[in-house]
Design a protein around this ligand. Sequence first.
Ligand code: ADP
Length: 553
Amino acid sequence: MMLAGLMQQVPLTLNLVRERVGDLYPNKTVTTRFHDRIHVIGYAAMLDRAGQLANYLAGIGVGRGMRVATLAWNSHRHLELYLAVPCMGAVLHTINARLLAPDIARLLAHAGDQVLFVDRSIWRTIGREIVLPSAVRHVVIMEDEVDPSIDPPAPVGTPATLYEAAIAGHGSAFAWPDLDENEASGLCYTSGTTGDPKGVLYSHRSTTLHTLACLFADGIAMRERDVCLPAVPMFHANAWGFPYAALMAGAALALPCRQIDPVALVELVEVAQVTVATAVPTVWLGFLDHLGKHPQAVARIASLRRLPVGGAAIGQSFIDGFARLGIEVMHCWGMTEISPLGLTNVARSDLDTEETRSTRTAQGLPIPGCRFRNVDAEGVPCGRDGTTPGELRISSPWAAASYFAGPADQAPSADSFAVEDGRTWLKTGDIATIDRLGYVRIVDRAKDLIKSGGEWISSQALELQIMNHPDVREAAAIGRTDPKWQERPVICVVLRSDAAEPRERFAREYRDYLASFFPKWQIPDEVIFCAELPKGKTGKIDKIALRRTFGSS
Ligand code: ADP
């Protein structure tokens, strides 16, 4: 018979974060770099404003389980929403600000949002185009720019208020309710790099556990003495959980608003003395390039020590480039459906020197709390030999068990989840190997694999190798339809120099360069030189667009 433990039933809710920040770290700060000014506010004042905000929301009828949407960049006001909305029992729906107006309207309707908080700079364009669903009863405009000449229009029939006016006059004391840890805290739609966006409904429990995992020494190792710069947008899987993790740890925050170009990031790192920063690899490739061209900027980023990077694969040259600046890159893997972190690359003590180096580019080991397996087409586990690729599946307290159905639809869940061994496993859609020590290496997204003559070619492996070439800045491999082979790989390349000579040399030599790493049939038939590669809504390379342009023979 089961014997129940006798420990306290403390619900795992974001109130643990909110209360801890108030108790222990009132004097820590959040620095926001708006495009025209630096704004600094202490955590105590930020929490007071979160209380005012909760009072405002309660006053307009926002209650438990109601959805509150944001269309906003990374700022202290967005952070206030991160705390106030879930801690009052409502659900924070962070919408990708790079979407087009009709797509935003569709997500607002699907989520059943009742209030929309939107940055003024975004509203300037979206406000004229969007047809708001009737469920959205209030629009609150956040003053991320101060140009008084711009007066954004109020949508027809929906009152619009300015954020500062909305919270002014409300007290900072709010009767924060006792929440159940399984109540929903946040809603985030996948960015749809390979398909339609799907809603992931986080709970307080899942987000709190994910937050704690970010503090593990072999997780992200967020610490009180850190200053954390999430350059990944706060609408993208909760900025990978970094804002909550920083608050829980007592670390200071530096938020870049929408500016994540190298010049802006260098300035923010210097002003806030940032120690740890995160974004997708393309952002850091630009940063590295900038520092190479402006060596005098290197001294300005001397405080930066660690770079947990995920969202897309990185190669050895990326890690080495930052190591030369004294910055440690930690490769991470995650997805919106798992809050989003699942793997971090930490060097095990039982690796020898050669193994340590060769595993650095793997996506990493499961963060404690996550179980991984890779399975073949029949769903049978492939085994941990480090070479047999299979579809990666995950079971974790912070992984989704199904998608959010919205008020009317069926949740598009069926083919994304499997029940095996009495557990729900999320099918990630990534193809990976797992080695004897548990290191997971992503081979490719299933949808990006190139099928040539019945054999699979990893687009990611080609890209990473090409990007180790000193002349290459960025690369993306795609399949081009082929009458004989079904598909053949071609590679789109951005060179560091746009002069004709290196281009001609590269076109002549890339086959020989790749020949020492790949069998002949995997080498791309053609190099397509591009001035830049198209990026999707989260800054990742948009392979759908590349396939549309270059994918037909
Ligand atoms: P989207 O699928 O629309 O890009 P997500 O932001 O949730 O939305 O991305 C999750 C996907 O990003 C993963 O399934 C994986 O394909 C890719 N990914 C994330 N981190 C890495 C990484 N370190 N290496 C390779 N791929 C990665």
